[in-house]
Design a protein around this ligand. Structure first.
Ligand code: AMP
Ligand code: GLY
Length: 424
């Protein structure tokens, strides 16, 4: 088979790494990819939002399956463009990717189908939002309706902060049209868990759990980022939690989408909070998490291509997912200054150390080759260093040891990824 993967981050490197293990696969292309993905796939210089260009490439090269890694093209309708040309593609159509693309949509869906989530209201204008906030209790959460690189969520402790937030999202339009509407939501407390799943429109298969670390600094301080590190499984995702979510959240979400005439095919990522009143959905994503994929996929025993084909063909009920009985930790090596401002183009040394090390992975996110062919930094999140271990503590020790193998002048990392393991 010939496979095309669309995306360029650590998540896509993890996806390509899993696809490369499949005996069915002869050739992998990745658009646009990065310097690490280039070791496993031929890079195609097309942007993820160039739907027509990508579909034309898939037609010309007779690609058997295209896998969309990123949210923007999914929400923009890339799957519909491929399907209209009769091309096989893994990911939700536009009318289903809205599960991630609009928080107002997903909150209304959860309310209509009684799926546990925070109480909320949708605000359509700054005036409406301000009037609502005057009577609200704090803390309270403001969310831009649309995609905002994971940064459109504001937790406000006071009325003043919330009014500033409305100004930022709805008036100054910091995230563009994403702030045309906002969701104002009840503030919840509890541990967060990420659960990824494969879905074929009707059937859902849950992957092993993971936990992300979204803030830039140690001790969960500093700005929100795309994710600074992950571990899998989450020790807080107990059998009871799993049973609750299977009964009240997972299948109900898939059935709700089907009932709305929006059958979901692809990955549903459930961002859950384990509150005192049981697990609740914080958010849905319509793709693998980044860096959740970097700890979940290395532990998956199935041939990922078989599972993706089953989703596309509607035969997921015939698949059982299997995961290794071990653990994995991913520590992101970022450019100092991320997520605000940082330098790029800095030489990276040591990635070759991973080549012959079983259970260790150096997933590339923001990397490139410069004109001399030297591996250099090319983004905020540069590498995701993943290691497995027999248990979480061993995996964490292994991952942190491996972070020392790689150097670049402005390397920045959190030192407390997986600290929560000690409290389990
Ligand atoms: P989201 O993009 O909706 O997952 O939100 C990003 C982060 O904001 C989450 O991972 C939580 O840490 C936090 N968050 C979102 N919604 C709430 C809420 N209702 N209560 C408390 N924290 C929240
Ligand atoms: N790591 C969180 C996300 O991918 O949205």
């Amino acid at each position: 088979m010939k496979i095309l993967v669309v995306g360029s981050g650590g998540r896509e490197h993890a996806i390509v790494t899993s696809i490369a293990k499949s005996p069915k696969v002869d050739k992998i292309y990745c658009a646009p990819g990065n310097a690490g993905i280039a070791d496993l796939a031929e890079l195609v210089p097309l942007k993820a939002m160039d739907f027509e260009g990508l579909a034309a490439f898939a037609e010309e090269q007779k690609i058997d399956l295209t896998v969309i890694g990123m949210d923007d093209p999914l929400v923009g309708g890339i799957v519909d463009v491929f399907e209209a040309k009769g091309l096989k593609v893994f990911g939700p159509r536009k009318n289903a990717a809205i599960l991630e693309g609009s928080k107002a949509f997903s909150k209304d869906l959860m309310k209509k189908y009684n799926i546990p989530s925070a109480a909320y209201e949708v605000m359509h204008s700054p005036e409406e939002a301000k009037a609502y906030l005057e009577k609200a209790t704090f803390p309270i959460v403001l969310k831009a309706d649309g995609l905002a690189l994971g940064k459109g969520v504001l937790i406000c402790n006071t009325l003043e902060e919330a009014l500033d937030g409305v100004q930022e999202l709805m008036v100054d339009k910091k995230f563009g049209d994403s702030g045309n509407q906002i969701v104002i939501e009840e503030f919840m407390t509890g541990r967060e868990v990420s659960v990824l799943s494969f879905v074929d429109g009707k059937t859902i298969r849950i992957m092993t759990s993971a936990q992300d670390h979204k803030r830039a600094g140690d001790g969960d301080t500093g700005l929100n980022t795309g994710g600074m590190g992950t571990f899998s499984p989450s020790p807080f995702y107990t059998k009871e939690v799993d049973e609750f979510c299977k009964k009240y959240i997972y299948q109900k979400t898939v059935d709700a989408m089907a009932a709305e005439g929006r059958p979901f095919c692809g990955i549903i990522f459930f961002g859950l909070m384990l509150t005192g009143n049981g697990p609740k959905v914080l958010e849905y994503n319509a793709r693998f998490g980044d860096p959740e994929a970097q700890v979940v996929l290395p532990r998956m025993k199935n041939d990922i291509v078989d599972v993706m084909e089953a989703c596309v063909n509607g035969t997921l009920d015939q698949v059982e997912l299997e995961f290794e009985d071990n653990a994995a930790v991913c520590v992101v090596l970022a450019s100092d200054g991320y997520p605000s401002s940082y330098e790029k183009g800095i030489p990276i040394y040591g990635c070759e150390t991973f080549k012959d090390k079983d259970g260790y992975y150096c997933f590339h996110a923001g990397t490139a080759r410069n004109e001399e062919g030297v591996l250099v930094t090319n983004g905020g999140r540069v590498l995701g260093i993943t290691a497995k271990g027999n248990d979480l503590k061993e995996a964490r020790a292994n991952a942190y040891a491996a972070t020392e193998w790689v150097t670049f002048a402005n390397k920045y990392l959190r030192h407390d990824i997986g600290k929560a393991i000690d409290e389990a």
